[in-house]
Design a binder for this molecule. Sequence first.
Ligand code: NAG
Length: 234
Amino acid sequence: MLGSPFLLWLLAVSFLVPRVHPLTPEDFEEGEEDGTLRSPLPAVLCDYDRCRHLQVPCRELQKASPTACLCPGLSSPLQRPSPPRLGEVHVVAEDSSAVVHWCAPSSPVQQYWLLLWEGSGAPQKGPPLNSTIRRAELKGLKPGGTYVVCVVAANSAGESSLPWAGGQGPEGTAGPAFGPCGRLAVPPRPLSLIHAAVGVGTTLALLSCGALVWHFCLRQRCGCPRRAQPEARL
Ligand SMILES: *[C@@H]1O[C@H](CO)[C@@H](O)[C@H](O)[C@H]1NC(C)=O
């Protein structure tokens, strides 16, 4: 009498629980054996990294993938893209260049470009870069210069905004952290440091010579009467 409900409960537990409880590594092993159970659940994320250079858009990965995978959500293509996030900026002092990295926004993007300001000057616009690009090199920077660099994303609805409103220049700020802009400072050339050291050394040497000459001239002028006095006594 008691046996049959218990048996039913045992059956229910043994059949239902492994499919209801959260996925564990054993479930994946089971799932590999009978793949038919798992295929309607495309719980796998596509191999998409918004910060990876030459990253194919996730929608294209999805189309090309033999198994279903999930993409991060994107804003409407009828809206201009959100700003990308500027990542690492690596300055190469030897040839006064910099490599800029960024991450894609959660928006459809057709192209990117970089904007570069030096001090309060007008922005220089870089060439258009296709939507797979996440890294660009800035060449011909001035040694010892400081710049603000911003990355802009664009689609058919417009371009991403910059952290300062109304088209004003960067004015010494690089916007909030994790925004599309950052500062970069190019160190002075090692050669110009040597020049500066030689310059300082030469100046010091000239100053010392000047001081010595001045010192001896003064001594001669003051010494003449002193030397003259003993002569006068003799
Ligand atoms: C994007 O640009 C890169 C580098 O210039 C190039 O290798 C790649 O084929 C381009 N991709 C597309 C989809 O145009």
